[in-house]
Design a protein around this ligand. Structure first.
Ligand SMILES: Cc1cc2nc3c(=O)[nH]c(=O)nc-3n(C[C@H](O)[C@H](O)[C@H](O)COP(=O)(O)OP(=O)(O)OC[C@H]3O[C@@H](n4cnc5c(N)ncnc54)[C@H](O)[C@@H]3O)c2cc1C
Length: 519
């Protein structure tokens, strides 16, 4: 299964229940009314009345995230305003063995925030305070529900910004970014979310509040913050978060280059990086994606291009000037037939508008589509794009490509019309085959959208049993009762009592000798 989204980005949501194979992961198989009643009582005692939603119609507002293909109505929704309230909810869930799922803005594309029918959805949208902007330390302290772009808006007047910039940055939350280790166009030069989160107050699945990381650049002991970033809500819930601020660059130059083919554009991308230049961003769109963006935003991309690159250079003015000359030369060497440089902020914004609205724009040329997310080594770009084109041709399923070329992070958009019988299945088959291509080229099944419920079944294709067991050991250490977002990320639900790993059942020699305690 892959990311179909039916939010504002498509003509309409794909109606349909969660497929049978996923019901054990969503709690539709059964719930415990007594346990839920006890949780409701505890939650109502700890939260203001309007922060607890149990009315069925309002509950349905939260039935899906950006992957609207899967829908589950949660048993209860809570909207805490403080860490204490949030911890009280989680503690109640833990005490009564009721699962909980964290939700930020619900823009995730892998179903990570899909609720549980037998559980509580903990929504952080009322936790939106920016507590501190500290330019002198290059730090900001923010609540988990704070919108990504709002950090930049708050830091901008002081000469700083928050570098990770998912295309959803106008709406997605810092907590969701942390949980997904989100990327964005500018993560090529500046790194993913994990490079920008320095600390987090964290509510464990038992409802305890702990501090992971901090203001200092490094913390002694295990890097638990590192484990939590990208854990998709399966280890607990991040609350007040310390993020790194980045100095606004002296100069930004945005170049739009048109190429006859994705082969040329891909080769130019590798050549730019190979020349030792790391632009802030290199984004690629193919002909179909250009057509969609043009129809939606009139972004004035070069007519007749088989591919465009959006290349952004930033830094000290002299450095940008030097790199620009090299980038221009490399593009020409790779047969760029049209190169445009944004000379003012309005032109720069127009170039980016075409790219950033590309997912939504595809809704103009297809009633439904799957947003796929995979990674390959950058040098494999031309070959893999050719294979995707062949897949598309042999199956008759159209595929538009718009992606973070610098990172080798593909976002093929697999187009179909759900009204046509068998079209969704054909699109799913192509989408899955693209992931197989990524794996066979030494890549990954997700670059930034996470595994969630959507790609859990692909994990064994990428990881050995031992790899997965090791991840389960971490999950079980945080969440032995399996109440934190169960059914996500891992292919089969598993109880921690089973003790994953090779030493199943055999006591550790120190335990056997009475010198240590197993817990
Ligand atoms: C149009 C569009 C463009 C996008 N572009 C990008 C892109 O360029 N790059 C990218 O990386 N992603 C992109 N995404 C995906 C999505 O926006 C990101 O994954 C984002 O980080 C999700 O944030 P959210 O607040 O919506 O999280 P949600 O969808 O609410 O939750 C995502 C996951 O995080 C968990 N979670 C949420 N809050 C917390 C918390 N406080 N503590 C612990 N776990 C938590 C949830 O349980 C879930 O597993 C895009 C999505 C859309 C719709």
């Amino acid at each position: 299964m892959s990311g179909m989204h039916g939010t504002e980005t498509t003509a309409g949501p794909i109606e349909g229940p969660v497929p049978p194979e996923a019901t054990s992961a969503t709690g539709e198989a059964g719930s415990n009314p007594q346990a839920m009643a006890a949780v409701v009582a505890a939650v109502e005692a700890a939260l203001p009345p309007d922060a607890v939603v149990s009315d069925h119609i309002r509950l349905r507002t939260y039935e899906c995230d950006g992957l609207a293909h899967y829908r589950v109505t949660p048993a209860l929704v809570v909207l805490p305003e403080t860490t204490e309230q949030l911890a009280a909810v989680v503690r109640a869930c833990s005490d009564h063995g009721v699962p909980f799922v964290a939700r930020g803005s619900g823009t995730g594309l892998s179903g990570g925030a899909l609720p549980r029918a037998d559980g509580v959805l903990v929504v952080t949208s009322r936790m939106r305070t920016i507590h501190e902007i500290r330019p002198e330390d290059q730090r900001a302290v923010v609540d988990p529900g704070v919108i990504n772009l709002d950090v930049t808006h708050a830091a901008g007047p002081k000469g700083y910004y928050y570098a990770p910039d998912p295309s959803s940055q106008q709406i997605c939350s810092i907590g969701g970014n942390l949980a997904e280790n989100s990327g964005g166009a500018h993560c090529l030069k500046y790194g993913f979310t994990t490079n920008h989160v320095l600390g987090a107050e964290f509510v464990t699945p038992q409802g305890d509040v702990v501090q992971l990381g901090g203001m200092a650049p490094d913390s002694p002991g295990y890097d638990l913050l590192g484990a939590v970033v990208g854990s998709e809500g399966t280890l607990g819930i991040a609350t007040r978060t310390i993020v790194k601020l980045t100095r606004l660059p002296q100069e930004v130059r945005t170049v739009l280059a048109g190429f006859a083919s994705t082969d040329d554009a891909g080769a130019a991308t590798s050549a730019i990086i190979g020349a030792g230049i790391v632009p802030a961003a290199i984004e690629m769109m193919d002909a179909l994606a250009i057509e969609a963006a043009e129809a939606a935003t009139h972004c004035d991309y070069p007519a007749g291009a088989g591919a465009v690159l959006v290349i952004e250079l930033d830094g000290a003015a002299v450095e940008v000037e030097h790199e620009f000359a090299q980038v221009e030369r490399i593009c020409q060497e790779h047969h760029a037939f049209a190169t445009r440089v944004a000379t003012d902020p309005a032109e720069r914004a127009l170039i980016w508008k075409g790219r950033k609205s590309a997912f939504a724009a595809v809704g103009r040329i297809s009633p439904d589509y799957i947003v796929q997310d995979g990674v390959i080594p950058r040098t494999a770009l031309p070959g893999v794009l050719r294979s995707i084109a062949e897949l598309s041709e042999s199956s008759g399923v159209r595929v538009a490509n718009v992606f973070h070329a610098g990172d080798g992070n593909l976002h093929p958009l697999v187009l179909f019309d759900d009204a046509v019988e068998g079209a969704a299945e054909a699109a799913e088959a192509v989408s899955g085959a693209i992931l197989d291509l990524c794996i066979s080229h030494g890549g990954s099944i997700t670059g930034e959208h996470g595994v969630g419920i959507d790609k859990a079944a692909y994990m064994p294709k990428m990881f050995s049993d031992e790899d997965l067991d090791t991840m389960q050991l971490v999950r079980c250490a945080f969440d032995p009762d399996g109440v934190a977002n169960p059914g996500k990320v891992f292919p089969t639900p598993r109880l921690c009592g089973e003790v994953p790993g090779k030493k199943k059942g055999a006591p550790h020699p120190l335990v056997a000798a009475g010198k240590a305690t197993a817990f």
